[in-house]
Ligand binder design. Structure first.
Ligand code: 5GP
Length: 205
């Protein structure tokens, strides 16, 4: 019997390294996940490609998608919209594949309400000092944006309670290993497996 894919939500404060960990996870050869590419109104950073890193849209286009109910969740973050296309996520799960969303915490909260069965992983910084260093050293933000992002990050850390697991991002490779171990274990969770067996047994009657 085919199991539905897992909805894996990787979230956490700004600058914690969600993007880096997610990319490392997908660069590994034996990756068994699919990545849900987000839609954003933020302008592309150097080297970013439309349809690979994000689907880049105007505010008008984004607001139309909201109205048409095409987004599983969305959030306005530091002046730009970010959102997850709902059809891709549903189709991927229905095909039995695990799908990963890498999103900020407001969006993760919305997904939790719609998909309480999802697997919610909070990526945490080893310390606040480390988080600040990472945001500054990324070098892509102005000073004002850095201060904004750090303030957001402090509030975001307080949202850890909404998650099933916490992975400390001390080293990218280690964080990836922990995430893969969590997903493996989640596939064996009794509640998930029992549902499948129940259906099987019902089919036998
Ligand atoms: P950045 O501008 O650095 O690429 O992303 C800013 C923040 O938006 C990051 O925390 C990233 O995880 C988050 N983000 C990316 N895609 C989405 C999305 O589809 N929905 C939400 N809610 N946040 C997203």
């Amino acid at each position: 019997m085919k199991e539905k894919g897992l909805l894996i939500v990787l979230s956490g404060p700004s600058g914690v390294g969600k993007g880096t960990v997610r990319k490392a996870l997908f660069e590994q050869e034996n990756t068994q996940f699919e990545y849900s590419i987000s839609i954003t109104t933020r302008p592309p950073r150097e080297g970013e490609v439309d349809g690979v890193d994000y689907f880049f849209k105007t505010r008008e286009e984004f607001e139309r998608l909201i109205k048409e109910g095409k987004l599983l969740e969305y959030a306005e973050y530091v002046g730009n919209y970010y959102g997850t296309p709902v059809d891709y996520v549903k189709e991927t799960m229905d095909a039995g594949k695990d799908v990963v969303l890498e999103i900020e915490v407001q969006g993760a909260k919305q997904v939790r309400e719609k998909f309480p069965d999802g697997l919610f992983i909070f990526l945490a910084p080893p310390s606040l000092e480390e988080l600040k260093n990472r945001i500054v050293s990324r070098g892509t933000e102005t000073e004002e944006l850095i201060i904004n992002r750090l303030e957001e990050a402090k509030k975001e850390i307080e949202m850890m309670d909404l998650y099933d697991y916490v992975v400390v991002n001390d080293q990218v490779e280690l964080a990836c290993e922990r995430i893969k171990a969590i997903v493996k274990a989640e596939h064996c969770r009794r509640e998930r497996v029992a549902k499948m067996y129940k259906k099987m047994l019902e089919g036998e009657k």
